[in-house]
Design a binder for this molecule. Structure first.
Ligand SMILES: [Ca+2]
Length: 302
């Protein structure tokens, strides 16, 4: 699934928070344990509605090790193909990271991954939805549980026909960004920022009253801050893929050497995400930083 984030060029800003330790709360997370012909050990087939579905431990298609979970729906008229794995209770207000690598075939329905009651009222404490293709990709929910949940499980489901594989599941307390290791998506060149050279004036950028467009700059035109306060110049939202590496760069200068400027991505409706502060010089210089897009950066925009 794609994320929407705003490109932000800010004069001065605070730095983001760090992350804590980790303990895996989901058993058989690699789907390696299980009897031949049966589901991965611990997993329960829980499909419901008018459909024909099956749950299996697949030893032919997997993300790592030698097996993955396969949830398949051949006939669908309503309900959902669903499987769950019981996990320890969740506490209200505590942040959790739930993730899995998923792959699909012949499937157009989105996949839901979340922590839910095993029985009524079937409340989801945290969850995320994603469109899944035939390429392995991580799907992640990072959120605070909105209530105490004593009898819960990791649920994965989709409402339609198709085959879904899941592997390398993880459920941990805390906020744990995805690692860049594994199978990062291939690099795709191209600028994601609209009107990045200000050739269309302030089109697509906010804060026009504090900025003037001038001829010249590093190439053609540039934006000129008229006010030295801590104002942000914010671009149009861009779509980012989780686990993809991006480079954010801009040509910057300031008549007063040492002026601090922060380049950052900002979740739409959320706070600052990856970013870096730069001290400018009187001459035009290219400033850049590299980051891995994190899944929780798109959750707020879904
Ligand atoms: Ca595996």
């Amino acid at each position: 699934m794609l994320k929407a984030a705003g490109v932000v060029v800010a004069l001065l800003a605070a730095l983001g928070p760090g992350t804590g330790g980790a303990q895996e709360l989901a058993g058989n997370s690699g789907m390696e344990a299980g009897q031949p012909g049966g589901p991965p050990e611990g997993w329960v087939h829980n499909s419901y509605g008018e459909l024909a579905a099956s749950l299996a431990r697949d030893t032919q298609v997997f993300h790592s090790g030698s097996a993955a979970l396969r949830l398949e729906c051949q006939v669908f008229r309503g309900g959902a193909a669903q499987a769950y794995l019981p996990v320890p209770p969740v506490k209200e207000g505590e942040t959790y990271t739930l993730s899995a690598w998923v792959r699909a075939e012949s499937m157009s329905a989105p996949v839901q991954l979340g922590i839910r009651d095993l029985g009524p009222p079937y409340h989801f404490y945290l969850s995320t939805m994603a469109l899944v293709t035939d390429h392995w990709r991580p799907i992640v929910a990072i959120a605070k549980a909105d209530a105490d949940g004593g009898s819960v499980g990791v649920f994965i489901n989709f409402a339609g026909v198709g085959k879904l594989w899941a592997d390398d599941l993880s459920f941990m307390a805390g906020d744990h960004p995805i690692e860049a290791a594994g199978e990062p998506p291939p690099v795709v060149k191209g600028n994601r920022v609209q009107n990045s050279g200000f050739e269309l004036g302030m089109a697509g950028w906010t804060m026009p009253e504090m900025v003037a467009i001038e001829q010249g700059g590093a190439s053609g035109r540039c934006a000129h801050w008229l006010n030295k306060g801590a104002y942000m110049l914010e671009g149009r939202p861009v779509a980012l893929k989780p686990a993809q590496q991006y480079t954010f760069s801009a040509s910057l200068r300031s008549p007063e050497a040492g002026t601090k400027v922060r380049l950052s991505l900002c979740e739409v409706g959320g706070g600052d995400s990856p970013g870096q502060e730069f001290a400018l010089s009187p001459d035009w210089q290219r400033h850049s930083f590299v980051f891995i897009a994190q899944p929780h950066q798109f959750l707020g925009s879904v």
